[in-house]
Design a binder for this molecule. Structure first.
Ligand SMILES: [Zn+2]
Ligand SMILES: [Zn+2]
Length: 465
């Protein structure tokens, strides 16, 4: 029997970290993500296992909840091999450097406040610094390619399959032999949708003795993408025709690139009024360049855009606002702008400056295209706040606030059931990366529709397969 333990993304969506402990052969860690939101406190509690014992770290994709604690893993003694797709490592570098920077800034602010209170002993230092992030990319990295098995030891191999979630995202199929018997464990990673705007459909996997599948939206189905695209187009066209500006808070990876493809397609369909499209986020700009460089990993539609003019995203209306002064120059534009800026939930970043300059004007529109967590400024606006405070200044909300819900990089219940139904052999299903109430609904759906045995994995629980 082989032991698998989950030290993150167990009855929660963040902190992905699963430890496959083969009896003979390498000790394999799948992802090493950051705990976020309510689970953030766990980030300081240690890993729950000895990082020195890990031989190989496999990375499913570059989102912070899957890579965020890798620098800490190295600090705590991991010196094995890291295996991931090339674009995943490039995106991960952008993500981790940003995370280290934010942590250092937060630490400095918290320390200042604590000093004034006289209890600086309470402020926790960041988990890692910029240099610790650099050390990850100077370590022993091996690049995977989709569908090409990599031998980890005699009788142990891993195959990365496209998960269709974000650029470089993978489902991992790990095949090994134990006492002469062949076994397969599959980690879905975060799964995408079949009709994603930039990613190809997730690759179907044939067999698994144990499938560890994400369950973020296991309880529901998304609104149709077509209807959401239609709504997006309508909002953009009417706002621009009414001499207004559109401000879109957006996550740097995947959502920004989807929006750019949507807007560029409007341009080619000749329905986009003359305007200026600004990507005002250094992180989003870096991610967009990486997406462009790896356009061969994107879907057919994205590749066709690339073939047309040498870039999936660039076109004559698009401007990248790299520096702070580029960003400030946008304020001079009276109308006719689409401004895409971070952070996605408006709890920091350049979006705040655009709110300050544009929210008071009823001709403008703020367009939310992603989830807004409780306690964020984004959530306040979605819930209809009439005025907000930005850097201590009171700002009247006269701009129209719109929310479009159908964009998601995650498969919904129907999509995940479809993906699972294509396995020729599937023995046991284990649910990870989801909230408990949603997992219970998803478990029931899998049992009813696919007649499989399903287990909801608990933190550090010993699962023997
Ligand atoms: Zn993800
Ligand atoms: Zn995730």
């Amino acid at each position: 029997m082989t032991l698998i333990q989950s030290f993150g993304a167990a009855e929660t969506v963040t902190g992905s970290c699963h430890f496959l402990q083969l009896k003979q052969g390498p000790q394999i860690l799948v992802d090493c993500g950051m705990f976020q939101g309510k689970a953030e406190k766990h980030a300081y509690e240690g890993f729950g296992f000895d990082p020195k014992k890990v031989d190989i770290l496999l990375i499913t994709h570059a989102h912070l909840d899957h890579v965020g604690r890798i620098p800490k893993l190295l600090i705590d003694g991991f010196d094995g091999r890291i295996i991931a797709l090339r674009p995943t490592m490039e995106l991960a570098e952008v993500v981790l450097l940003d995370s280290a920077k934010i942590a250092e800034q937060d630490y400095a602010t918290a320390l200042k406040k604590a000093r004034r209170r006289g209890d600086e002993g309470e402020v926790k230092e960041p988990l890692y610094t910029n240099e610790d992030v650099r050390a990850v990319f100077d370590s022993n990295i091996q690049y995977a390619e989709y569908d090409k098995p990599i031998a980890l030891a005699p009788d142990v191999q891993v195959t990365f399959r496209n998960a269709g979630h974000i650029l470089g995202s993978a489902t991992l199929q790990i095949d090994f032999k134990e006492e002469g018997q062949a076994k397969t464990v599959v980690f879905s990673g975060d799964l995408g949708n079949r009709n994603d705007m930039v990613m190809p459909s997730p690759t179907l996997v044939k067999q698994a003795d144990a499938l560890y599948i994400e369950s973020t939206y296991g309880d529901r189905n998304h609104r149709s993408l077509e209807a959401s695209i239609e709504e997006f187009r309508e909002v953009v066209i009417s706002t621009l025709n009414n001499q207004g500006n559109i401000i879109i808070p957006s996550f740097a990876i995947e959502r920004t690139q989807e929006l750019l493809v949507l807007i560029k397609q409007m341009y080619y369909d000749k329905v986009l009024p003359t305007c200026k499209v600004f990507v005002d986020s250094p992180m989003a700009i870096k991610a967009t360049k990486i997406y462009d460089r790896y356009h061969k990993n994107l879907n057919q539609a994205a590749q066709e855009l690339f073939d047309k003019d040498g870039s999936v995203f660039d076109f004559s209306y698009l401007e990248y606002s790299v520096t702070g002064s580029d960003s400030m120059a946008i304020n001079e534009e009276e109308s006719g702008c689409i401004i895409i800026a971070g952070s996605g939930m408006c709890n920091g970043g350049r979006i705040l400056h655009h709110f300050k300059h544009r929210l008071w004007n009823e001709r403008n529109r703020v367009l939310f295209v992603g989830f807004q967590a409780e306690g964020t400024l984004g959530r306040l606006l979605v819930e209809g706040a009439e005025e907000i405070r930005i850097y201590g200044e009171k700002i009247k909300v006269r701009a129209q606030i719109c929310t479009i819900n159908g964009f998601s990089a995650h498969a919904d219940q129907t999509e995940m059931l479809h993906w699972m139904s294509k396995f020729e052999k599937l023995d046991k299903v284990f649910l990870i990366h989801g909230e408990p109430d949603k997992q219970v609904i998803f478990k029931q759906a899998i049992e009813d529709k696919l007649q499989k045995t399903v287990h909801i994995v608990k933190y550090a629980e010993e699962v023997w397969i």
